[in-house]
Design a protein around this ligand. Structure first.
Ligand SMILES: *Cc1c(COP(=O)(O)O)cnc(C)c1O
Length: 406
């Protein structure tokens, strides 16, 4: 992979017409280590957030020993770069053939369920393979209600009374049992974990079976940019959130159990930025070479403020306007689809023109993982960058949270 000091150097040397992902392995390692230092249990990185081999490999180098996986492709991706890493198969609804592959082919011994039929599937495989159920830890996934910018928690989970039944049934069969939940992504309210812990406590007390572990899922918020037109949202720091979580875990009496967390976004968001090119400026519209069907589907739902750095093309000799004047632009994506217009405007110097580049920061989570081949556009160029996005000249632009009239 080519290496550059920063995205500006990459853009000016490569003059890329295709989107370029700027990978910052040192930032990834630092953010992974920061999380592991703040969490007192096992950190299992959620592979779906960004499953690129370079990410998994760098995390293994940073000391991440466990990975939350959901599919055979994720099993293979982890095994391919970190052969000794532990995998936790935490998807609650699984194909029986995938359960078999997990147990037989990958030696996975930690699995989540949220329904009795999943237990039936699992036990069928366990019997067929003649595996001792006591060698497996089965987590019962609890339903949670919370406030997260991205609601990933509603679809799965057993209601508390149902979870009690599942724990008893699993324990009777001889499995080691645990409780897990996932509160959604980018939580906005630190009470969210406490509500889930209260529910886990209720279930534990009624089930009356010994628990082997508690898994608090993901959802830890990443830091994004700030829209100077708005008051700074009062999101607590990760240190505060983790201290609060620790205190809640102790208060609800779970601190004597082995703990697991499944962070995704908070570990990988800052590890990548994206260089896009302005293919055309048409008035206050910018047509760029990426969009909602490629790297910008999650990022542009308007729930986070992404920072942006303007990289002027020095080949453009004359410009209109004042570069210090930051104004909103409507951003149109690369495909022919009319929905491929970012819902929020992008604030940039009014001098931006056809041929310039924009570096969009903190897009490591749920961006390359969600890109499609729609219309034949599939960004897949990576470079390594050594300077963190937030160092050097401050980014002058940002994706606003305000909507824009055309
Ligand atoms: C998506 C997911 C995660 C990771 O969530 P983040 O908000 O990115 O930390 C963790 N656990 C489960 C079960 C998930 O589905």
């Amino acid at each position: 992979m080519q290496r550059f000091d920063d995205a500006r150097h990459a853009a000016l040397e490569m003059r890329p017409d295709q989107p370029v992902y700027c990978f910052r392995p040192e930032v990834l390692k630092a953010d992974a280590r920061r999380f592991m230092a703040l969490f007192s249990g096992k950190t299992a990185y959620a592979v779906k957030t960004n499953g690129e081999p370079m990410v998994l490999k760098t995390l293994a180098e940073a000391g991440v020993r466990a990975f939350d996986v959901a599919s055979p492709a994720e099993f293979a991706a982890v095994r391919g770069v970190a052969p000794d890493a532990e995998m936790l198969y935490m998807h609650p609804v699984k194909a029986q053939s995938d359960i078999r592959l997990a147990l037989e082919g990958y030696g996975i011994r930690t699995i989540a369920v949220d329904h009795e039929d999943e237990v039936t599937k699992l036990t069928r495989v366990v019997r067929a393979l003649d595996v001792d159920p006591g060698g497996l830890t089965v987590f019962v996934r609890l339903q949670t209600k919370g406030h997260a910018a991205y609601e990933l928690s509603k679809k799965f989970g057993a209601a508390p009374a149902q979870a009690v039944e599942l724990l008893r049934r699993l324990a009777r069969t001889g499995y080691r049992v645990g409780l897990c939940f996932h509160v959604g992504s980018q939580i906005e309210d630190p009470d969210t974990y406490e509500r889930a812990l209260a529910s886990a406590d209720w279930v534990r007390n009624r089930a009356g079976v010994p628990l082997a572990a508690l898994d608090v899922g993901g959802g830890f918020p990443a830091e994004y940019g700030h829209d100077p037109n708005r008051r700074k949202p009062v999101l607590p720091s990760l240190e505060e959130i983790m201290a609060r979580l620790d205190a809640d875990i102790a208060e609800w009496g779970f601190d004597d159990l082995p703990l697991v967390a499944e962070p995704g976004r908070v570990i990988v968001a800052r590890a990548f930025s994206l260089i896009v090119r302005v293919l055309l400026r048409k008035g206050r519209r910018l047509y760029i070479n990426d969009g909602i069907w490629a790297s910008l589907s999650d990022s542009w739902t308007g729930k986070i403020t992404l920072p942006a750095r303007f990289i002027a093309d020095p080949a453009i000799r004359s410009r209109n306007g004042d570069p210090a004047n930051i104004v909103p632009f409507r951003v149109c994506g690369a495909t022919c689809d009319s929905v491929d217009i970012l819902s929020r405007p992008f604030w940039l110097p009014e001098t931006v023109d056809t041929g310039d580049w924009i570096e969009i920061g903190h897009i490591g989570a749920y961006s390359m993982a969600l890109r499609t081949r729609f219309n034949g556009f599939y960004p897949d160029t990576f470079v390594e960058v050594t300077t963190p996005f937030d160092e050097g000249s401050a980014p002058e632009g940002f994706a606003s949270l305000e909507t824009m009239a055309d």
